[in-house]
Design a protein around this ligand. Structure first.
Ligand SMILES: [Zn+2]
Ligand SMILES: [Zn+2]
Length: 367
């Protein structure tokens, strides 16, 4: 049974105000929360103590009873062995529920510490901005604890009180002991407390939604649809739980010429029919500025693709860069002057390649 001083557990004096108790609880619960101390049984034990101490001391009624005598309150040494050892404490199941909440985190009721919501926002980036990386600010609509009521949901100067319907259990039980079949209390909706005068700011929920400005570093080479996680910048936790995370999803603008395919760029490169036939050194523009030189071999066909290693986008996670994929588009002159026509006719006379021979051969092969 509980023998430790609940005030000592929270590190506050016996005369501490409700606000001081709440603050001490929040600070300690954050530090010892199991999510913040994975696989640390000592922290978990400590967290349960803190949670328990807060349950008792945050409620003026149970605090008064505790102040009158912890021994009778908890059935300590003085009442040990006494058949009605828990006498004078009608809310024992309340304490059990408190522990039940700790064990079954995320179960029911507002009183258990739970992690805040994850929030996702998108950020629009220019094509080149995404390549170079940028530090930008996003406005994230996150849930915060209401500052008017300190998250209690009760109007300033008032406090939530134990639900009279269920005695704070949050469930209406069928009178078969602590682990009896039970359903959620209709009066308090399972929270175990009722609010007589709701806080005017949050209307009793204890939570408000706020646009929070968060600075986010977009790495160079960010891709469209990339998810950047910013830990602890999501919604505020409940009852001392840790904050959720913020996810920033990148929306990268398209480019009129370059297509992003992962870390690669794809570009269609016009090449004159003589360059394609004779071979050439050609310049290819780069999206970040400047050019690269590409050697087109003689006899390059339309649609042929060349891969230029390391001329793509920087890899946002890892080393180096992607590639530039250059798709050749052979351009045929639309108009010829007389001299050009004569030259090409002379060429056609000597060049007797039948470019459709293969096509007809394959058609003829089909049975
Ligand atoms: Zn409020
Ligand atoms: Zn209730």
């Amino acid at each position: 049974m509980e023998t430790k001083d609940l005030y000592k557990i929270l590190g506050v004096s016996r005369g501490a105000s409700q606000e001081e108790i709440r603050r001490a609880y929040r600070r300690l619960a954050r530090r010892y929360h199991p999510d913040a101390n994975p696989d640390d049984p000592e922290a978990e034990e400590r967290f349960k103590e803190i949670q328990h101490a807060y349950e008792v001391l945050s409620n003026p009624e149970s605090r008064r009873r505790y102040d009158q005598g912890p021994a009778t309150f908890f059935g300590g040494e003085r009442s040990a062995g006494n058949g009605g050892g828990f006498g004078g404490f009608s809310n024992l199941s309340d304490i059990f529920d408190t522990f039940g909440d700790v064990f079954g985190r995320g179960g029911r009721g507002r009183r258990s510490a739970s992690r805040g919501d994850d929030v996702t926002v998108s950020v629009n980036l220019g094509f080149r901005e995404a390549l170079s990386g940028v530090t930008t600010r996003v406005s994230a609509p996150v849930e915060e604890e209401c500052s008017t009521c300190g998250g209690t949901g009760a109007a300033p100067g008032t406090f939530p009180r134990t639900c009279p319907e269920c005695g704070g259990r949050g469930t209406s039980s069928q009178d078969q002991g602590f682990f009896a079949f039970s359903s959620t209390c209709r009066r308090c909706g399972g929270s175990g407390t009722v609010i007589d005068r709701p806080c005017p700011t949050c209307r009793g929920s204890g939570r408000v939604r706020r646009a929070r400005q968060v600075t986010v570093r977009i790495p160079s080479g960010a891709k469209d649809g990339m998810k950047i996680r910013i830990p602890g910048r999501g919604g505020a936790g409940r009852n001392g739980g840790p904050r959720g995370d913020l996810y920033v999803v990148t929306r990268v603008a398209s480019h009129p010429v370059f297509e992003r395919r992962g870390d690669d760029f794809v570009v269609e490169l016009p090449v004159s029919f003589t360059e394609a036939a004779l071979g050439a050194q050609v310049e290819v523009p780069r999206p970040e500025g400047g050019t690269l030189r590409l050697k087109i071999p003689a006899g390059t066909q339309d649609g042929k693709q060349f891969r230029v290693r390391g001329a793509g986008a920087p890899r946002p996670r890892g080393e180096g860069r992607g590639d530039m994929i250059v798709k050749i588009r052979v351009v045929v002159p639309e108009r010829l002057n007389r001299r050009e026509r004569e030259i090409l006719e002379a060429f056609a006379d000597v060049h007797d390649e039948d470019v459709r021979e293969e096509l007809f051969r394959r058609v003829g092969e089909v049975r």
